[in-house]
Design a protein. Structure first.
Ligand code: AMP
Ligand code: MN
Ligand code: MN
Length: 322
């Protein structure tokens, strides 16, 4: 556990950053800590660095203060790396980490090797937002922090549905609710609501999905030309892998989208017995036991063949145990 007041003693400047292509938890954890520091440590100059965030998160207070310009030659007394398993996944904010006098990492990725001086990594935690809540004083938590942290927890638990949701998660959510935040609005607006085009590409991904490995694995791919056709960006594809995963009888869902010719971003989800962080880790990525990702090169068929090979190895081990 981190003694926040102790770490901030005498500190004049703080930088906060999350992982590249920020998701709900990265944005929630960063803004949650940002608003807390702004309110309780007004004398500290605090800056949040994140890549551009999905439009649905614009409802949160403080998004206009997020800095997307990483060119500034600036060094900080303290750097917080949140929801980020690896210094490379800080993207262009990594320079603020290497340049800071003190670095603190708060994260829940099982693949996190601990890139900071102080590493608070709890793989069992539902989200980094939950861990950030744990280091803050509930009495001093502003409304804006509560909204952001609640959003982070909602996103990483798939609205309190995934197995990472613990009694502790629900207790924290209750405490955040008591700050008077509009929980339904946060859930509906930031998690469930999709644009017309997002739903169109989701439909396309479902239509083109295939079941492989005796229907235990579902796979779908979106090409760059499909994204251009529907006018969507990579962040518009968030959530597709989860819908694939809801297919009855499926143990693993694989969703890939093309980031450059013959280059793919791979998202993996599993239900019960496959550790997808191991599969993603083999291909240079990482994540959690039930949700992980990596980048891969080749044709769509190369990607699916290479990944399913590793899934098969794990499923065979499980069958041998049965
Ligand atoms: P995604 O499928 O992109 O939603 O990612 C699922 C989980 O795996 C998230 O917690 C990500 O932070 C993590 N993850 C995704 N891609 C990578 C990667 N290339 N390296 C490490 N972790 C990743
Ligand atoms: Mn994340
Ligand atoms: Mn997370």
């Amino acid at each position: 556990m981190i003694n926040l007041a102790g770490e901030l003693n005498g500190v004049k400047s703080v930088a906060i950053a999350g992982h590249i292509r920020p998701d709900g938890d990265a944005v929630g954890a960063c803004l949650g800590l940002y608003h807390y520091l702004k309110k309780n440590y007004p004398e500290i100059e605090t800056t949040v660095y994140l890549e551009p965030i999905p439009a649905a998160f614009q409802m949160l207070a403080g998004v206009s203060q997020i800095c997307h310009d990483f060119e500034q030659e600036k060094t900080y007394d303290v750097f917080f790396g949140l929801d980020c398993s690896d210094i490379k996944r800080l993207g262009r904010a990594a320079g603020y980490c290497t340049g800071a006098a003190k670095t603190i990492c708060i994260d829940h990725h099982i693949s996190n090797g601990g890139f900071a001086q102080i590493n608070y990594i709890v793989p069992e935690a539902s989200s980094t937002s939950e861990l950030v809540f744990g280091i803050l004083d509930e009495e001093k938590l502003p409304y804006e922090s509560a909204e952001a942290l609640y959003m982070g927890i909602v996103h990483d638990t798939g609205v309190f549905r995934h197995s990472c949701t613990s009694p502790e998660t629900m207790e924290i959510a209750a405490k955040l609710m008591r700050k008077g935040i509009n929980c339904s609005k946060i859930i509906n607006h930031t998690f469930y609501e999709k644009t017309y085009h997002q739903n169109q590409i989701l439909g396309r991904a479902l239509l083109e999905s295939i079941l492989v490995m005796d229907k235990k694995v579902i796979f779908s791919a979106v090409r760059q030309k499909d994204m251009e056709f529907y006018g969507v960006e990579p962040s518009d594809l968030d959530g597709i892998v989860q819908v694939l995963m809801s297919t009855a009888g499926v143990e693993v869902a694989i969703f890939i989208y093309e980031t450059a010719p013959r280059e793919y971003k791979v998202s993996l989800r599993s239900k019960e017995c496959v550790d997808v962080s191991v599969v993603a880790g083999y291909f240079g990525g990482g994540g959690h036991v039930r949700a992980a990702g990596c980048a891969m090169q080749g044709s769509i068929y190369d990607v699916v063949n290479n990944i399913t090979l590793h899934i098969e190895q794990q499923l065979q081990k499980v069958e041998n145990l049965d």
